[in-house]
Design a protein around this ligand. Sequence first.
Ligand code: HEC
Length: 230
Amino acid sequence: MRPLITLIVLSMFAVPAFAWDGPQYWEAPTNEPEGGGGVWGTGGKSDFGISCTHCHKRPASMPTPSVNLQWSFNPPLEMVGGAQAYKPGQRYTVSVSMTGETLGFSNCNGNANNNGFGAAFELANGQRAGRLQSDWGQDSNACPPVLPSYVNSFGYTIPVTDGGTSTYGSCHAIASTSLENTGYRYFFWTAPAAGSGTVTVFWGAVDGNCDMNSQNDDSRSGTFAITEGT
Ligand code: HEC
C-alpha cells in the first residue's frame, strides 16, 4: 500500500518545482495559490522593484548570500570607455550560470534541486530594452500569453517546458524554468536600436532548499548596466 501511495503522490508532483513551483505561476492571478500576478521578482521598474530577495529569506545561519550568477554574452559585449556596451540591434546569446549553490537535495527526496533566476533588461523608463527569446522558442516580439501545457490524469495543468528559460505573458522578463547546481541556462537578447541609451539588467537568483516555501532559501539580487555602443 505504502509504495503505491508514494507513487501516486510522486506522480502528482513529478513536475519539479521552480520559481513559484512552476514557470506558469509568474503570470497566474494573485487570487490563485502561488500566483505571481505578473510580477517576476527581477527587482526592475517593470516589477515595481520587487525582487526574489524580498520573499526568499536566508536562514539565520547564513548572514550573507552565497549563491550568485555569472553572466556571459556571445558575441562579447564591447568595452567603451571602460564600460560594457551593447551594439544596437545585435543579437546576443546570453548564458547564465549559478555559482555558490549550497542548498541541495536535503529536503527534496531526490526529486529535484529547486533553484532559479529571473532577469529584466530595462530602458531608463522601465520598458523592456530590445527583444528577449527563450532557448525553446518564446519571443517577446510575438509574446505568447501562456506557456504550452496539458492536463494530466489528476486534472492538474502541467506546463510543457522543453527548455531552460521562458518568457510569456507581458514578456517583460525572462526566467529559468529549472536550474540544477551544475547547470547553466541561456536565452537570446537582441539589443535595442541606436539612441536607446543605457540598458540596466535587473536579476534575482534563488538557491531553494526544496521545502516548497520561500523561507530558508539562499537568494541574491543584483543589477548591471550595459551602455550603448556602436
Ligand atoms: C512575492 C514573493 C516571491 C517572490 C518575489 C519570488 N518568490 Fe519564489 N517562491 C515564493 C513562494 C511563496 C514559494 C513557494 C511556493 C510553493 O511551494 O507553493 C516560492 C518558491 C520558489 C522556489 C522553490 C523553492 C523551494 O525551496 O522549494 C524557487 C526556486 C523560487 N521560488 C525562485 C524564485 C526566483 C528566482 C525569484 C525571483 C526572480 C522568486 N522566486 C521571487 C515567493 C516568491
